[in-house]
Design a protein around this ligand. Structure first.
Ligand code: ADP
Ligand code: MG
Length: 266
């Protein structure tokens, strides 16, 4: 599914979080949304998924305005993995993933629904914890369960808000590889808000870099992850190295950083 966003504006009361965001996202594309804390990444994902209603602007999926779609149609089109995991009511992992089938359920779940849940658990490699209590899992395990829940929804668009934030490096790589594989196999679109610029560079086809509720730069990782952009957006001096054909961002120091070490006497 193609996504076209035009002039999106959203404010939380007096705080303006999105100040006119426009984006075009292609089918089967992995897009990373990067930017400092508070730049509007989570708000953007929530407006695309209509968890929040933007005050201005439109979101079109395959040419259809999401305002003309029902909640069930939106849920069938888009799966959303939230940034923070709150405690859910007591439920097993299996039950949490089954919730992803909600848009498809009649008054009971079918054999097909159960099969989709099992498939999603297998994709994330978490069948072994299917009967565990969700609330008792580690942050990383919970994150995988929430991704499985979004997959069980069989969406054509996956929205992921910092899916690797709670994970150690092995699980970070695993989750990003799984997302990439799903996108390629199912030809779906993934929009990933992510802090780790090196993961963004490795896995995203294109990067949207946000600053203060606006898109500051967009394009290939090579085009967006430049020392100049990183300094302007994050206030950090960084060097960019190339390793194995991809970019690595090496943060050096904050701009205007004054070392606390005493100066040697002159
Ligand atoms: P990011 O995900 O990039 O860190 P957010 O979209 O969460 O950014 O936040 C964008 C701006 O909106 C920030 O200034 C943040 O403080 C503000 N904001 C986010 N959520 C709320 C909320 N529930 N109420 C008020 N302000 C909020
Ligand atoms: Mg956020």
């Amino acid at each position: 599914m193609k996504i076209k966003i035009r002039g999106l504006e959203f404010s939380y009361n007096s705080i303006s979080a999105l100040k006119g965001v426009s984006m075009d996202i292609n089918e089967a594309e992995v897009v990373a949304v990067v930017g400092p804390n508070g730049s509007g990444k989570s708000t953007l994902l929530k407006c695309i998924n209509r968890i929040l209603y933007p005050q201005r602007g439109v979101v079109l999926i395959d040419g259809r305005n999401i305002n003309d779609l029902s909640q069930v149609e939106i849920a069938k089109a888009m799966g959303y993995v939230p940034q923070s995991v709150r405690q859910l009511f007591p439920a097993t992992v299996f039950e949490v993933v089954l919730m992803g089938r909600k848009p498809y359920l009649t008054w009971k779940c079918s054999k097909g629904d159960i099969e989709k849940v099992i498939e999603a658990l297998k994709t994330l490699n978490i069948e072994d914890i299917a009967m565990r209590d969700f609330n008792a899992l580690s942050g990383g395990q919970q994150q995988k369960v929430l991704i499985a829940r979004a997959l069980a929804q069989e969406p054509e668009i996956l929205l992921l808000d910092e899916p690797t934030a709670n994970l150690d490096i092995k699980h970070q790589l695993e989750v990003m590889e799984i997302i990439k594989m799903i996108v390629e196999e199912r030809k779906i679109t993934a929009i990933i808000a992510i802090h780790d610029l090196n993961s963004a560079s490795k896995y995203a086809d294109r990067i949207f870099m946000m600053k203060d509720g606006k898109i500051f730069a967009v394009g290939s990782p090579k085009r967006v992850l430049t020392p100049n952009n990183i300094e302007k957006v994050y206030g950090v001096k960084a060097e960019i190295a190339e390793f194995d054909g991809r970019l690595c961002v090496i943060p050096i120091k904050p701009v205007n950083y004054v070392s606390s070490k005493p100066k040697p006497p002159t």
